[in-house]
Design a binder for this molecule. Structure first.
Ligand code: AVI
Length: 318
């Protein structure tokens, strides 16, 4: 079967953005590289595998909530709205909304170019009457897409608690910046992971099969593959800890011994035990998140959770 037509827009970061951010991240103290660089094709596939893990309750819990509330979301959304997904990944969860909403068009936005193309082609095959658009773009930067047209009403979908990968100030700034994109008559559906027992959280980011470790270490593999970095992958290990006071998981690559990463003629010395921060994953109470959304200018209109209150899905009005 031939691949269905998808309108593809390409605005993704270039190799030089990755290089500049890695250089900056290795030179600063504490060392840190932003989590958006996890997502090359292999990183996106590893993340999809994480979503299937027994310990990673987030995905299946959010799916369960969405299954229950999709009808209500559809009633709140403008008729004929364009459904826009931020960080669309495998475009799996959105199927629950597509089934309930039957929107006129879907725009998937993701930073992982090849993965985005494959996922949206699969989706277009399964929804032959849907106009599918895909934009390879970094939505933390201003979006300059020619689609959707300014006249189109939108339902913006930001699932998976990806908002948790920004600190609280960055989250507020990002949400505020997205408000004009959502638009006055639009709706914003956002999945947010909730604070809970630390053992459950720790297990979710330290799975027994080591998939999260491979996902974390893939950042180093990407530096080797794409930037020609000279480094020993086996010299680093995955660490994820829950900081209860800050309400967040912090993920690191920890140097097992004194060693050097060489990159484009520069040398970065790591001492034994030194950490490279790769991701934070903030957790909220429902009230904390609603207050954050209100500070960013939204009206929290509805919220759904699972019976065990592990995860929440919010409907915000811009
Ligand atoms: C994409 N993001 C919301 C995931 C999270 O839970 O913070 C990424 C992830 N990192 C480790 N496991 C999953």
């Amino acid at each position: 079967m031939s691949a269905p037509a998808i309108r593809f827009y390409d605005q993704a970061e270039t190799e030089s953005d990755f290089l500049a951010e890695v250089r900056r991240g290795l030179a600063r103290r504490p060392r840190a590289i932003p989590p958006k660089f996890f997502y090359d094709r292999r990183g996106s596939a590893l993340f999809a595998a994480i979503c299937e893990l027994p310990e990673y309750y987030l995905t299946r819990t959010e799916m369960r909530i969405l299954r229950d509330c999709a009808g209500e979301i559809a009633r709140r959304a403008a008729k004929n709205a364009v459904l826009v997904e931020l960080g669309s990944g495998a475009s799996e969860k959105v199927r629950l909304l597509l089934d309930a909403l039957a929107p006129r068009a879907y725009l998937a936005i993701d930073i992982s170019r090849d993965y985005l193309r494959e996922a949206t082609e699969r989706l277009a095959r399964d929804y032959p009457r849907l106009a599918v658009h895909a934009a390879c773009a970094d939505f933390t930067r201003p979006l300059t897409l020619s689609y959707p047209p300014s006249s189109a009403e939108r339902l913006v979908f930001f699932p998976g608690s990806s908002i948790g990968n920004f600190d609280r100030d960055e989250s507020e700034t990002l949400l505020r910046r997205l408000r004009p994109f959502v638009g006055r008559d639009g709706g914003f559906v956002i999945g947010v992971d909730l604070k809970k027992d630390r053992a459950l959280l720790r297990a979710a980011y330290n799975d027994a099969q080591g998939v999260t470790a491979r996902f974390n270490l893939n950042l180093l593999a990407r530096m080797r593959r794409e930037l020609g970095a000279d480094l020993d992958m086996s010299g680093f290990e995955h660490e994820a800890v829950y900081d209860e006071t800050a309400g967040r998981i912090d993920m690191y690559l920890v140097s097992r011994r004194a060693q050097t990463i060489s990159l484009k003629g520069e040398r970065y010395e790591f001492s034994a035990g030194e950490r490279l921060h790769t991701e934070s994953s903030y957790k909220y109470t429902v009230e904390e998140f609603q207050a954050l959304a209100a500070r960013a200018g939204y009206v929290p209109e509805a919220v759904w959770t699972d019976p065990a209150r592990l995860f929440s899905v919010h409907f915000l009005r811009a």
